[in-house]
Design a protein around this ligand. Sequence first.
Ligand SMILES: Nc1ncnc2c1ncn2[C@@H]1O[C@H](COP(=O)(O)OP(=O)(O)OP(=O)(O)O)[C@@H](O)[C@H]1O
Length: 129
Amino acid sequence: MIPGSNKDHPSFIRSFGYAIEGFVTAVKTERNIKVMLVAGVLTVIVGFVAKLQLISWALIAICIGLVIFAELCNTAMEAIVDLATQELHPLAKRAKDIAAASVYVLSITAAIVGILVFAHDFGLIGSWH
Ligand SMILES: Nc1ncnc2c1ncn2[C@@H]1O[C@H](COP(=O)(O)OP(=O)(O)OP(=O)(O)O)[C@@H](O)[C@H]1O
């Protein structure tokens, strides 16, 4: 629902446009998303050089997508907190710190999966089973 609009939902194309707008805003305003996108692109380039297996590409794609997803959610939560209060508040701090922690947990998990995938495809560790 858009405040002031008599329609329940924007059209599908318009919704997609808003999502693109949100992504572009997040990339422009959040340094962390830029870092994650660069890390994602570098991982894909190294993946091509290393000629990753299909299953490895699937794991890498999930990891990159989830980390960017988490950072987008974190950015949205920061905006909601800032909308709720401009004051220093312990609950605002808790919400932002926990949201940030969720991104770090996922990033560390993704890094571990990435290391395992590349180590496997480079023949440094044995088979998956
Ligand atoms: N209203 C507030 N009340 C109390 N502490 C706050 C408040 N706003 C921010 N903080 C503290 O400052 C930290 C940084 O907040 P900020 O909004 O600048 O996020 P950020 O630097 O963009 O975070 P990230 O690096 O995760 O994107 C928060 O994690 C929190 O500890």
